[in-house]
Design a binder for this molecule. Sequence first.
Ligand SMILES: [Fe+2]
Length: 249
Amino acid sequence: MKLIQLTDPHLCGRGELVCGRDPAKSLTAAVADINRHHADADLVIITGDLSDDGSPQSYRLLAEIIVPLVPPARLLLGNHDDRSAFRSVFQDAPADDDFIQSVMNIGDHRLVFLDTLDEGAVAGRLCERRLAWLDRCLAEKTGPALVFMHHPPFDIGMPPLDGVKLADPRVFADLLRRHGNVRHIFAGHVHRLCSGTWNGIAFNTGRSTNHQTAPLFGAKDFAVGFDAPAYNVILTDGADITVHAQEIA
Ligand SMILES: [Fe+2]
């Protein structure tokens, strides 16, 4: 199985810049790069902050940009997104009632796509309804699970980002521990390449297709960095998982 994780494209209106970069141009380049090198991927997952301003026009632009994408795509929401504007454009997006969360089984794996958006907040949230849905998904025991979500439940050692991760991560950790079948968490939000383990579960984050977080460890305030945009290439065949960070030319 080959999966691609793209994250944080931060689209707005066509031609509008975000942090001095053109997010539409960046995402278009990512789509071309994936088609050139990974047209055989089973799925592309965009892990939130699809939009920068939550506007319907940004989602229309997203729909337009991903038309040429060869592999199928699954779209997740982040703190910059707006659920109703998203749904006004992506009316057929898989969802669980109000929340843009879903599952997909590929081979032996169950892919779980979470909706951590807490509208009006920068930090993420999984409310009781979303946690109950996740509990049911993981209880079905369909094989090892890979979880995709915008907000990481873990710290990455950068205080301005660690302060706006998923709220109540212990509740989420307890739920995962009870089931014991989540092998890997893939998150967005931090605009950095970072990997490690959290409560014994492997994780990766990814660079944005647009702007990055500057490497200011210990800094009090967030600062924009300009590392090259990248996406993650996830390879798995059975129990083992390999993740490549692929910079976009
Ligand atoms: Fe973001």
